[in-house]
Unconditional design. Structure first.
Length: 146
């Protein structure tokens, strides 16, 4: 049996939006969690029907509260507790960010190997290659004549 209301930091942790309750509370304190366009504190109460928005750059996820719980549930039970109402354009933004030219290495993997560096250089090089026909010597000769 679920309660009528629950703390937002506990709820975000219970429905597996964040790995730990501490991380959920920190996200609230940093202004990454909003309800009705207003930033919320970790102690803010959620009720069924509320929509919680969580910003995990570059995407802002939206979740509708179906049940207010404070105990963590299994992944299979999450759809009974919350509904993901994130707009499709946010997922498109995530996909665009993933396939863009930005090369993002996983944290803690260390320096790129020689093979990785060559692959990055090969990827970036065509953007910087330009065929300029500047004849700088002509400019110097014009200055000498004056």
């Amino acid at each position: 049996m679920s309660k009528i209301e629950a703390r937002i930091d506990k709820w975000l942790w219970a429905v597996r939006v964040f790995k730990t309750r501490t991380i959920a509370a920190e996200a609230c304190k940093k202004g990454r969690v909003t309800m009705a366009g207003a930033q919320v504190k970790p102690s803010r109460v959620v009720r069924p029907g509320d929509v919680v928005e969580v910003r995990k750059p570059p995407v802002t996820y939206s979740f509708k509260v179906l049940q207010a719980i404070e105990n963590r549930v299994g992944a299979k039970l999450v759809p009974e507790v919350m509904e993901n109402v994130t707009p499709a354009d946010q997922y498109e933004l995530l996909e665009m960010n993933r396939i863009s030219g930005f090369v993002d290495r996983a944290r803690g993997t260390g320096r790129p190997t020689k093979k990785d560096r060559r692959a990055m250089d090969e990827f970036v090089a065509p953007a910087f290659e330009a065929d300029f026909d500047f004849d700088w010597e002509d400019d110097d000769e014009d200055d000498d004549e004056e």
